[in-house]
Write a protein that binds this ligand. Structure first.
Ligand SMILES: [Zn+2]
Length: 433
């Protein structure tokens, strides 16, 4: 593990413009005002990938990190002929994040969440406190694998239904603990994670608020710029929280500033899996705030989607620098994609590109097809499609993967009354002692 000492960036609040020296874990501006996402400001203003660094650290000058780890991968981006031709697009670029060694994609956990996990862990200045990570599935697999490999204490909280997708290559090191919540969704995991993070000795990873997570995901756009030779006109991605979309927008803004150009930022074309589409509803309402909905209705809709990792009941939409701002600034749009459209698109992608993709990536492919067919995308435009996860079937054929067994299972109803929650927190503390 290589340590670096000189701070090459600071954090800037988009609400009050104050600057903060990063301690590796800060998530919010210390001043009291409406919420906003802290952003990184790097000393290096030109885009200069470093050939002497491997994996995502090729972009280390634009990553908020104080240490590096060996053997990271980086996003691969290639120009598609066959899917482009099927859709009738002149210039389609695919960012493939997953396991496809023939193309140079070798992500251990088969999704782009590995880039965020590596960057968050590289941002930590020490491992004295236990990191608390909440996830709908793929982020959990990434943190479990990397924290186990590098022996970084972590507590991972997931909905129990997500366990079947959390597979690892080797048994986890005891420093990794996993808690599953029955009958729960991603937001329940976030709520328990917040409660645990208030206990001494724990520290919240923070999700979208973590600049490491966003700038790590932003490496997809940086890699695309290297392959394409400039910014795309459109960027397609399926979203739950939308951290990857915000990250792409921030990275594109940085690239534009570096080149001194006034070219338009890539239009964020974001897709949700219907019937659960809170970001689409908020976007269509034309307001900064999300549209209120009943918890029961949300849970019912979440139970019906084919890509559960795209379900966050409280996406970072309204806050300054969040999804609303990114969509407005990029003249973006949001799509709703049904399960059947996503499944058709997944099959079509396999037939033309020759690799299996995750249901969430199928949602993204279907949104691109829908946007082209409805004339929302110029067929001559330069389009970047983010395949956020794929190659899992190929990986399963090659390796013996093991599903993660939780160290503790709690019921959702136990998280409600404060005495019951206190008991759960006691059980968690005991588990770690
Ligand atoms: Zn502030």
């Amino acid at each position: 593990m290589h340590e670096r000492t000189t701070p090459h960036y600071s954090l800037v609040c988009p609400v009050c413009d104050c600057r903060v020296v990063d301690d590796g874990r800060i998530l919010d501006c210390p001043n009291s005002h409406p919420a906003g996402l802290l952003k990184t400001d790097y000393l290096e203003k030109t885009f200069e990938p470093s050939d002497e660094y491997s994996g995502i650290y090729r972009y280390h000058k634009w990553l908020p990190i104080s240490r590096t780890f060996p053997d990271t991968s980086r996003p691969i981006v290639y120009r598609s002929d066959r899917l482009a031709s099927l859709l009738g697009l002149r210039e389609l670029w695919i960012a493939f994040n997953g396991y496809w060694p023939q193309m140079g994609a070798t992500l251990d956990t088969a999704t782009f969440k590995e880039f965020e996990a590596y960057t968050v862990l590289s941002r930590l200045q020490h491992n004295k406190e236990r990191l608390v990570v909440t996830s709908a599935g793929n982020t959990a697999a990434a943190f479990a694998t990397l924290c186990s490999r590098h022996q970084i204490p972590v507590l991972i909280i997931v909905p129990a239904a997500a366990l079947k997708n959390i597979k690892v290559h080797e048994p986890l090191h005891p420093c990794v603990k996993v808690i599953a919540i029955e009958a729960a969704d991603y937001y329940d995991a976030i709520s328990l994670g917040d409660a645990v993070s208030d206990l001494p000795g724990f520290h919240s990873e923070g999700g979208t608020r973590n600049v490491g997570r966003r700038d790590g995901l932003g490496t997809v756009l940086l890699s695309a710029v290297e392959s394409i030779g400039g910014l795309p006109d459109y960027y397609f991605q399926a979203i739950g929280s939308g951290a990857g979309a915000i990250a792409t927008h921030e990275a594109a803004s940085r690239i534009r500033q570096a080149s001194g150009s006034t070219e338009r930022l890539p239009r964020l074309m974001l897709a949700q899996n219907s019937p659960f589409t809170p970001v689409l509803r908020a976007w269509r309402s034309g307001r900064r705030t999300t549209v209120p909905s009943s918890e029961d209705q949300d849970r019912l809709e979440i139970s019906q989607v084919c890509a559960p990792e795209l379900t966050n009941r409280r996406p970072p939409y309204s806050l300054r620098g969040g999804l609303h701002d990114a969509l407005i600034e990029s003249s973006g749009d949001v799509f709703a994609i049904s399960n059947s459209s996503a499944q058709d698109a997944t099959r079509a992608f396999y037939e033309v590109e020759g690799i299996d993709i995750e249901p969430a990536s199928g949602v993204a492919v279907a949104s691109l097809r829908s946007a082209v067919m409805s004339g929302k995308v110029d067929r001559h435009a330069r389009v970047l499609l983010n395949i956020t996860g794929g190659g899992r079937a190929q990986m399963a054929r090659k390796f013996d993967l093991e599903q993660v067994t939780p160290d503790l299972i709690v019921q959702r109803h136990e998280l409600q009354p404060s005495e019951s929650l206190a008991r759960v927190l006691g059980d968690i503390s005991e588990l770690l002692n």
